[in-house]
Design a protein around this ligand. Structure first.
Ligand code: SAM
Length: 232
């Protein structure tokens, strides 16, 4: 059975999707999609031998070898330009996800939607979308088994709606959709992020040569988090 996290990621694919799942591990997500949508076609990309073999096994066991191709390689190097309409990168840190997108930029020319699920550092992905003409069209935050996950969905096209007002930096940090909604897991997440930053700040201030820029960044973020949590 697929986790709610991955089911939610999959829910942002169109019907009859032709898509790539980069860092697919067991290939559970593409197999789930293809079992539920007989027109869907997927590429499962994996850089590591172990997960690559697991992915191949899952696909064979489910009889999906005609529609889920498992390919070994780094990031988007496993797809040809224009080969897939949608790209999924889930279950990694936001900076790794944005590196994968950046290194595979050329391959994304025919891609109309990118769905990401960063475990941390969603901000790096929002910035990448913004700087690379993918506009954020939806965000979701959910809790499963004590973890909080964010899902960011962007479609090809210039960003015209978000990050335009005085709250630009806050919107990058919190996510414009998530900030508007302030769902329960959002509040849980930012309460714990605030505590983490306060603890880190205390440590930083004790250093022999305090990193002033970082201290200022953390102080500003703590202030922003406080405002977001209070103005509810
Ligand atoms: N996407 C699945 C999910 O969300 O449950 C698996 C997440 S798992 C934590 C991350 C997977 O990405 C691992 O199987 C790892 O081998 C793979 N991976 C990491 N860096 C990668 C890269 N540059 N290209 C392709 N796969 C990568």
């Amino acid at each position: 059975l697929l986790s709610n996290r991955l089911k939610s990621v999959a829910s942002f694919l169109p019907k009859n999707a032709v898509f790539a799942d980069i860092g697919s591990d067991h290939a559970y997500l593409p197999c789930f999609v293809c079992l539920n949508d007989i027109q869907a076609i997927a590429i499962a990309g994996e850089i590591n031998e172990g997960p690559y073999q697991s992915a191949k096994r899952t696909v064979e066991e489910l009889g999906l070898t005609e529609r889920v191709q498992v390919r070994k390689g780094n990031g988007l190097e496993v797809v040809e330009q224009g080969e897939v309409g949608q790209v999924i990168v889930a279950g990694m840190g936001g900076s790794l996800i944005s590196t994968i997108l950046e290194q595979g930029k050329e391959k994304l020319k025919g891609t109309n939607r990118i769905i990401t699920q960063p475990n941390v550092d969603a901000l790096a992905i929002r910035k990448w979308f913004f700087n690379n003409d993918f506009k954020l069209v939806d965000e979701l935050i959910l809790e499963e088994d004590g973890h909080i996950y964010e899902i960011l969905v962007a479609d090809k096209g210039k960003e015209m709606v978000h990050y335009t007002n005085v709250n630009k930096q806050d919107e990058f940090l919190f996510g414009p959709f998530l900030l508007r909604e302030k769902a329960v897991p959002f509040k849980q997440k930012w309460l714990s992020e605030k505590v983490k930053r306060e603890q880190a700040l205390n440590q930083m201030k004790k250093a022999n040569v305090p990193d002033k820029a970082k201290i200022e960044l953390f102080e500003n973020e703590i202030k922003s988090i406080q405002e977001v949590l209070v103005n509810d």
